[in-house]
Design a protein around this ligand. Structure first.
Ligand code: TIU
Length: 221
């Protein structure tokens, strides 16, 4: 059955069986007070506003039997999958692989790398571990989505202008239709969040759609 999500710049047609909810990098080190993001001086409250709408959307997606996937940005403990250019980036004293406030920074298995308890994956919801900002780069995400017959992605998480944007761009070029519920994504920089969402929907939806949790939930019901 074809449904529509009320979205900008125009309604997005979708079917529940071919739609997935993709939640990007809701990891403790980005989102929690006392994590690495906060240590760098970022205001994590700018990201935490997305948690409650995302909890509502996640519950609705589970109730609608949508395919749900989660991503985490991070690396192997030996850093063999971390590009030297990424390791050098930032210029600070503490970076990827170093000891941070919640274990080694961006390392799989460390507390700060894990997904926040409010949005923790259930058994059967794939978790994609990605070494980059985009969720398709050097992961099996595309294979998993194609195997499930997924055509439409509801993309949420943090941060809007970095990992959410990169993922939506990658997905669009691979033929997926992406909608970002504005209140289910967030940035440390509110102006970047706003402009990132405007960029997606400009020019007739140049690489996607923008909606919000309430409108997506209504469409799933
Ligand atoms: N997940 C994600 O967006 N990774 C980042 O590094 N984002 C920043 O905004 N730093």
């Amino acid at each position: 059955m074809t449904r529509t999500i009320d979205a900008n710049p125009y309604p997005l047609a979708f079917a529940r069986a071919s739609t997935a909810l993709l939640i990007i990098d809701m990891q403790r080190d980005f989102v929690e007070p006392g994590g690495f993001g906060a240590m760098l001086g970022n205001d994590v409250n700018q990201l935490r506003v997305a948690i409650a709408p995302l909890q509502r959307l996640l519950a609705a997606a589970r109730a609608a039997d949508l395919f749900i996937l989660h991503t985490r940005e991070g690396h192997r403990p030996d850093l063999s999958d971390a590009p030297p250019a990424k390791l050098a980036r930032g210029g600070g004293d503490t970076g990827i692989g170093d000891r941070g406030p919640m274990g080694r920074i961006r390392i799989r298995g460390e507390p700060g790398h894990d997904i926040i308890p409010e949005l923790y994956p259930l058994t059967g919801e794939p978790v994609i571990d990605k070494p980059g900002k985009g969720s398709f780069c050097q992961t099996d995400l595309e294979l998993i989505l194609k195997n499930r017959g997924i055509k439409t992605l509801i993309v949420c998480g943090v941060t809007t202008e970095v990992c959410v944007h990169t993922t939506v761009r990658e997905a669009n070029d691979r033929g997926f239709e992406c909608v970002v519920p504005a209140d289910c994504a967030a940035s440390y920089f509110p102006e970047f969040h706003e402009v990132a969402l405007r960029m997606i929907q400009a020019q007739g939806g140049i690489f996607g759609w923008v909606s919000d949790a309430d409108r997506v939930i209504a469409a799933l019901a």
